[in-house]
Write a protein that binds this ligand. Sequence first.
Ligand code: FAD
Ligand code: NAP
Length: 247
Amino acid sequence: MTQWIEGRITENIHWNSNLFTLKIDAEIDRFTAGQFTSLALDINGERIARPYSFLNSPEQRTLEFFFYTATGGVLSNAMVKLEAGDSIWVKKQANGFFVLNEIPPCKDLWMLGTGTGVAPFFSILNTTEAWERFEKIVLIHAVRTQADLRYQEVVAKLCEKFQDRFLFQAFISREDVSGTFHGRIPSSLRDNSLEQELGLTLDPKNSHLMLCGNPGMVKDSIEVLKGRGFSKNRRRTPGHITIENYW
Ligand SMILES: Cc1cc2nc3c(=O)[nH]c(=O)nc-3n(C[C@H](O)[C@H](O)[C@H](O)COP(=O)(O)OP(=O)(O)OC[C@H]3O[C@@H](n4cnc5c(N)ncnc54)[C@H](O)[C@@H]3O)c2cc1C
Ligand SMILES: NC(=O)c1ccc[n+]([C@@H]2O[C@H](COP(=O)([O-])OP(=O)(O)OC[C@H]3O[C@@H](n4cnc5c(N)ncnc54)[C@H](OP(=O)(O)O)[C@@H]3O)[C@@H](O)[C@H]2O)c1
């Protein structure tokens, strides 16, 4: 049975009309970077719960979650209204296998996320383990508009701290913004343009990819990557692609 802990909202940041972040104080069990928990509210006498990835690293005490308000979405549209001091249910134990322990040894780690699907990557990037294990880490954040490109201050800090070991590239699909890719991740994997831009080659011997967010991006990227000799990472048959679909 789910064990619920009553958490307290410490901050609700409204980034734009569709995106927000909740910071929550709750005494939950220790989790592993990349995992998710469930958040819930009691709405019309019913406890409505959904899975959400931690954006904070396990060492950071305040829990942080990055949300999209889904059109007609029951829970996200209730959570967006929460204010500091309000309560929220947080599942005591985290879940999920989108974690570094599941990734076989390799040189470079590529993190490909759409929308709020970058959350688990920030959690992982803020652990020491990530930087002990990989030579280079690439973070790709694909969004529709520039207004959806959030957490750039965290990206800047990582760039400053890890220099040429950390590579970041934004994709903005519905606006032309200089310095960003205009289009989608899978086509840039198909024509090698992403690798050319980053100056780093993807190959099954050296690279592992973590894909998170829009299931269309995950599916289309896997299709391209399979054609280039990459395979899905499974416990029984280790491979090069580890995924988390958000819906
Ligand atoms: C492992 C995991 C981790 C997740 N982590 C996050 C997270 O960190 N941040 C986050 O915003 N969401 C995350 N999600 C999605 C989240 O669980 C909910 O599905 C989402 O918030 C919609 O819930 P709702 O009650 O508002 O909408 P609902 O009433 O459940 O449904 C509304 C519709 O929105 C669509 N939808 C589902 N997910 C999303 C989404 N992310 N954005 C827009 N539309 C969506 C569905 O197709 C659904 O039909 C995660 C999902 C999984 C499986
Ligand atoms: N953001 C909104 O204003 C909005 C409004 C209503 C509903 N929604 C729904 O909310 C969910 C999340 O919205 P979001 O804007 O955070 O994220 P999203 O729709 O997942 O878009 C994020 C990025 O992923 C890209 N993408 C979509 N499908 C892809 C595919 N098959 N392969 C590769 N890339 C792909 C998008 O490109 P494209 O721009 O080319 O699609 C965009 O650059 C989606 O279900 C969406 O339908 C969003």
